[in-house]
Design a protein around this ligand. Structure first.
Ligand SMILES: [Zn+2]
Length: 407
């Protein structure tokens, strides 16, 4: 072969010779590089594995989002150390300063005593109040599903990226919810907090006054925006905003000794922007100090085991236990208590010191279509969602004096 090659060299013209030399040189050098890469791989892997070890003595961080894309991102800088109920804790594998700010913003250093997940204590007295039973019997799962369908089928309801046209799904959902509250006789406010290209981003707030001065307020909130897939977000959170409408519909037939405020929050999927804007407005108007209770519904319609999570912070754990007891008396739900609070519209209210809980489907077995295009109506259980609405009505009835307008 070598002899043939030499003869070939002598016979060939200069440019052709250079091309052959170049070809052989490239072949040899590239092979060498390829081989050295192969040899180096085990070393690289060992280094990568070493980098997966948590930083010694670093705090545990609570993940403030379980969005699948975020979970993937955060796994590059952390290892999981605890997963139970609603809580996922990680330890960082790099110094905190090396974690990109967008990821760092969704991590909260957590003390071990903050984390809690267990079935709610059994109530001592299981006797049901006939008036509360009459109230919760009014919940209609078909009507509830109808509200959820109308909200789901508005198109793309993401608050931020879909503001190019005034007919965006987010805008249509705001209009639908405002119209529904108005038809029930509530005073409706568009609580707008952000200019968009073709409209404004607003919470839809429905109110009914108790009619007596100095009355306390009960506030119910659920976000109406979604992550933005077409005609999706049925569970997250057309279900909770439909629950809001169903509660408002039933309570429109009652006189209450508390002011009632229903908030269909916007922008929850973009950092709870609507929830924070709502608390800020209520604070500015002086109304916040009168809010005795707040209730959040987020993802209430995907079910396999009948478990509901009631989530709050430590300082309101007795309050959550009491809510769990109401569930045992007035619904078929199996109540669990989860702490601390993260990732939905109850957080700004808790941060403002208002006793608030989140009612949410069992998180250890939550909707596999969470934040995906397959989060559709037909995957959901409206009897289960109706039971969560019954629970939240039973809670209001336990705190407020309610009298039917037409006995
Ligand atoms: Zn949600």
């Amino acid at each position: 072969m070598i002899q043939l090659w030499r003869r070939g060299l002598q016979a060939a013209a200069r440019p052709a010779l250079d091309r052959v030399r170049g070809f052989l040189y490239n072949l040899i050098v590239k092979k060498a590089l390829y081989l050295s890469t192969l040899l180096a791989l085990p070393l690289c892997c060992a280094a990568a594995l070493a980098a997966q070890q948590p930083v010694a003595d670093g705090p545990s961080y609570l993940l403030l989002s379980h969005d699948p894309a975020f979970l993937k991102e955060v796994s590059q800088f952390s290892v999981p150390v605890y997963t139970k109920g609603r809580a996922r804790l990680v330890k960082l594998t790099v110094p905190a300063a090396q974690v990109p700010p967008a990821i760092r913003a969704k991590l909260r250093a957590t003390a071990p005593g903050e984390i809690y997940s267990a079935p709610a204590p059994e109530p001592k007295d299981k006797a049901a109040d006939p008036e509360v039973l009459a109230l919760v019997s009014k919940v209609n799962s078909a009507r509830l599903m109808g509200y959820a369908e109308a909200i789901t089928m508005t198109g793309k309801r993401g608050a931020a990226q879909l503001d190019l046209s005034a007919a965006s799904g987010n805008r249509l959902a705001m209009d639908y919810i405002a119209g529904a509250f108005k038809d029930m006789g509530y005073a409706v406010e568009r609580q707008c907090y952000k200019d968009r290209k073709a409209d404004k981003e607003c919470n839809i707030v429905a109110r009914r006054k108790a009619g007596q001065p100095g009355a306390k307020t009960i506030l119910v909130i659920g976000h109406m925006d979604s992550v933005g897939h077409e005609n999706a977000g049925a569970d997250d959170n057309a279900s909770g905003s439909a629950g809001l409408l169903e509660m408002a519909k039933i309570l429109s037939g009652y006189r209450s000794d508390h002011d009632l405020v229903f908030v269909a929050a916007n922008g929850e999927e973009n950092g709870i922007t609507g929830g924070y804007a709502c608390v800020k407005r209520l604070k500015a108007s002086g109304e916040l100090s009168r809010v005795a209770w707040a209730i959040n519904m987020d993802m209430i319609a995907w079910n396999r085991d009948g478990i509901i999570e009631i989530e709050t912070n430590r300082e309101f754990s007795a309050h959550a236990d009491w809510v769990g007891a109401r569930a045992a008396v007035y619904t078929k739900l199996k109540p669990y208590i989860a702490m601390p609070a993260w990732g939905s519209d109850h957080v700004p209210f808790l941060e403002a010191g208002i006793p608030t809980y989140l009612s949410i489907e069992h998180w250890e077995d939550h909707n596999p279509c969470y934040h995906k295009a397959c989060d559709k109506l037909e995957t959901l259980s409206w009897d289960y969602a109706a039971d969560i609405v019954r629970l939240n009505l039973a809670v209001i009835a336990g705190k407020a004096g309610l009298v039917p307008l037409k006995p």
